[in-house]
Design a protein around this ligand. Structure first.
Ligand SMILES: [Zn+2]
Length: 199
C-alpha cells in the first residue's frame, strides 16, 4: 500500500557536490571561470559515479556570484528529469525563494552548462527566468561521443531564446568540455536513455 511518502519527490546533490558548493569562490568574474567550475563538477560527477557527465551552474549575471552548481542525478534518483539544468535551476529558485529568476526584484541570472540543453531542459531554461545561457558547445558531438539522446530541437532554437530575452553564448571552453564527455564515454558508465534511446 502506498504511503504519503509515495506522493512527493525530491532531488538532492551528492555529498561531495554539497561540500563543493559551500566552498565556491564568492564570485567568478569571466564566463570562462564559470564554465571551468561547471566542468569540474561534471567530471567529478563521473568520477564519483553520482550521475551523468553533466553539470549546470546558476550565477548572478553581472557580479558572477554563484548561486548553485548542480549535477545530473538521473540514475541515483531513478528520475528521468533529474538533468543538471533542472537540478540547478530548481535549487536556485528554492534558495532565492522565487520561481522566476528574472523577477523584477531579483538580479539577472545566467545558466552555464557543459553542453546545449536537451529538449526538456530547453523548455526549463525558458521557464526559469534566466536572461543568459552559456554553453560549451552545441550539436551532435555529445550524442556521438556519449550516446545520450538530446531529443528534438528546432534549428532556430538559439533565435527563439534570444527573442525571449535570453542571450546565448556558445563554445566557451569547448575542447575542455569535449574532453570531459570523452572521459565519461571511456569510463564504461551507463547511458540512461529511455528505451535505450533512438534506434
Ligand atoms: Zn536535459
Amino acid at each position: 500500500m502506498a504511503t504519503s511518502n509515495d506522493y512527493s519527490f525530491s532531488l538532492t546533490l551528492p555529498a561531495w557536490a554539497i561540500n563543493e558548493n559551500k566552498n565556491l569562490k564568492p564570485t567568478y568574474e569571466t564566463i570562462e571561470d564559470r564554465m571551468r567550475e561547471v566542468l569540474r563538477f561534471a567530471r567529478r560527477n563521473t568520477e564519483e559515479q553520482t550521475g551523468g557527465p553533466f553539470a549546470a551552474g546558476v550565477f548572478e549575471l553581472d557580479t558572477g556570484r554563484p548561486v548553485v552548481i548542480g549535477v545530473n542525478r538521473v540514475i541515483p534518483h531513478l528520475c528521468s528529469s533529474a538533468h543538471a539544468e533542472i537540478v540547478a535551476l530548481s535549487l536556485a529558485q528554492k534558495q532565492l525563494q522565487t520561481f522566476d529568476l528574472g523577477a523584477p526584484n531579483v538580479p539577472a541570472h545566467q545558466l552555464v552548462v557543459n553542453w546545449r540543453p536537451c529538449a526538456m531542459c530547453y523548455g526549463a531554461t525558458i521557464w526559469s527566468g534566466i536572461t543568459s545561457l552559456v554553453i560549451a558547445g552545441a550539436g551532435c558531438k555529445v550524442e556521438d561521443i556519449t550516446g545520450f539522446d538530446e531529443g528534438p530541437l528546432r534549428d532556430n532554437w538559439q533565435e527563439e531564446l534570444e527573442q525571449r530575452g535570453i542571450s546565448v553564448t556558445v563554445g566557451v571552453c569547448h575542447e575542455e568540455a569535449l574532453a570531459g564527455l570523452r572521459y565519461f564515454a571511456n569510463s564504461g558508465a551507463p547511458v540512461y536513455n529511455a528505451r535505450q534511446g533512438p534506434s
